[in-house]
Write a protein that binds this ligand. Structure first.
Ligand code: NZQ
Ligand code: ZN
Length: 396
């Protein structure tokens, strides 16, 4: 196991109706002038925003609202939020929504006290390490991105449609309210996209070259198995609170890095996917359902034993000692079959991209001759090959 420092100071407030405590927690973290940031329609339609406002009013907190964050959030909304925060002397941002809203809130939090352009942090991730940001709290409405516990934020710059991530400790939310009942209004497709993202966050950590990391291997395997068990239940019965609760906590644990400490991590599937969602505006999870199994197929030979481990322990595949590669590939097939069973796409065409887009996707990765990824570093030619695998229709 590698050395590590792990600091994850978010206060998690979990359970039914806990969103009514939003005002109380903002006060706990010294907020007095609040920006309530939210998405398109769901949180308004469900009455959640009214509940939040009531909770803030009860605590005597001043607030302004900024709704309209789109999935795959854009820089235009961030600039708007920064201006509002500066004009209104906002000292706390409450994100009510999913990863897109939370990431937009984090970007506004970074940009408000910064003299330059907030995009600097996304163009050069290292800047965020020593940055300061306004405090952010969250009320999560979809289990997926894990932004409620992560130190990351992903924003798309509309000019050139560049989707880029940044990360630093100042971006960990002060508190996150997780009421699984809020996710019961999610359509099956969004539930499945979220589940795919959660599983992908585990796989990005699971595929590592670091030796003897049994504790985090087993944590990863446990989350994957819980997701395989609970996701079909939440899709069959959207009101299954217990399934929603297990998935919601899995989403947090999968990405606050407790499963990733002490080991190299990969992340190439995420970088490859971000170009797909910025081109097609598909849901991030749907993009991963296409890219991640393709990436697995491509890199499998790098460590057959690790692929066998997940195939046997998680997917229950029998070990073929005479032909370990067939076991490894059976695990990848089991993953793809599972994704298909929960309604996820498994080819780029289903997302609205075609083989003719591949060169554009490779170019916008911005590798410029470099290689990325902690499991098997990959360059432009590899990326092109993975996108080609992702083009094949896997249904037949
Ligand atoms: O805008 P509304 O109307 O709320 O609709 C949203 C949106 O259309 C809807 N939704 C959310 N909660 C709902 C609901 N509909 C009904 N009932 C509810 N309770 O769901 C749609 C998707 O929401 P979004 O926030 O986009 O989903 P998600 O949480 O998957 O976030 C995706 C974004 O997070 C980034 C992705 O790249 C993408 O931009 N990521 C952020 C990470 C991080 N900050 O750590 C890591 C991830 O790997 C990921 O890259
Ligand atoms: Zn993700």
């Amino acid at each position: 196991m590698n050395d590590f420092t792990f600091y994850s100071p978010t206060y998690f407030v979990f359970g039914k109706e806990r969103e009514n405590e939003a005002g109380k927690y903002i006060k706990k973290f010294y907020g007095s002038r609040v920006l309530i940031h939210y998405g398109g329609v769901s949180a308004v339609k469900s009455g959640l925003i009214d509940k939040i406002k009531l909770s803030l009013e009860k605590e005597g907190l001043y607030y302004k609202e900024l709704g309209g964050v789109k999935p795959n959030p854009r820089d235009g909304m961030v600039y708007k939020g920064i201006e509002l925060c500066r004009n209104e002397k906002i000292d706390f941002i409450l994100a009510v929504g999913g990863g897109s809203v939370i990431d937009s809130a984090k970007a506004i939090a970074l940009g408000t006290p910064y003299a330059g352009d907030f995009w600097d942090f996304y163009a050069d991730r290292s800047l965020t390490a020593n940055a300061s940001a306004l405090p952010v709290g969250t009320v999560l409405t979809i289990a997926a991105a894990g932004s409620e516990g992560s130190s990351d934020s992903v924003i798309t710059k509309e000019e050139g449609m560049l989707k880029r991530a940044t990360g630093g400790e100042c971006l960990r939310p002060k508190f996150s309210i997780l009421d699984p009942a809020l996710t019961q209004t999610l359509p099956a497709y969004q539930t499945a996209c979220g589940a795919t993202d959660i599983m992908a966050h585990v796989f990005e950590r699971y595929f590592t070259n670091t030796k003897r990391v049994e504790t985090t291997d087993r944590l990863c395997e446990a989350i994957l198995m819980a997701m395989i068990h609970e996701t079909p239940k939440a899709i069959a019965d959207p009101d299954d609170y217990e399934a929603r609760a297990n998935i919601m906590w899995a989403g947090m644990v999968a990405h606050n890095d407790i499963c990733g400490v002490g080991r190299e991590q990969d992340w190439n599937s995420h970088w490859l996917e971000h170009e797909v969602s910025s081109l097609t505006d598909c849901a991030h999870g749907a993009g991963l359902a296409v890219i991640m199994p393709a990436w697995m197929e491509y890199v499998c030979a790098h460590d057959i034993a690790r692929f066998c481990k997940v195939a046997c322990r998680v997917w229950g595949c029998p070990m073929d000692y005479d032909n370990p590669e067939s076991t490894a590939r059976a695990g990848i097939k089991a993953f793809r079959d599972f994704l298909r069973s929960i309604g996820m796409p498994t080819s780029l065409e289903e997302l609205g991209a075609t083989a003719s887009d591949i060169l554009y996707l490779v170019k916008t990765l911005g590798l410029n001759g470099k290689k990325t990824g902690g499991f098997l570093p990959l360059g432009e030619e590899d990326a092109e090959n993975i996108y080609k695998i992702a083009c094949r229709d896997k249904r037949f």
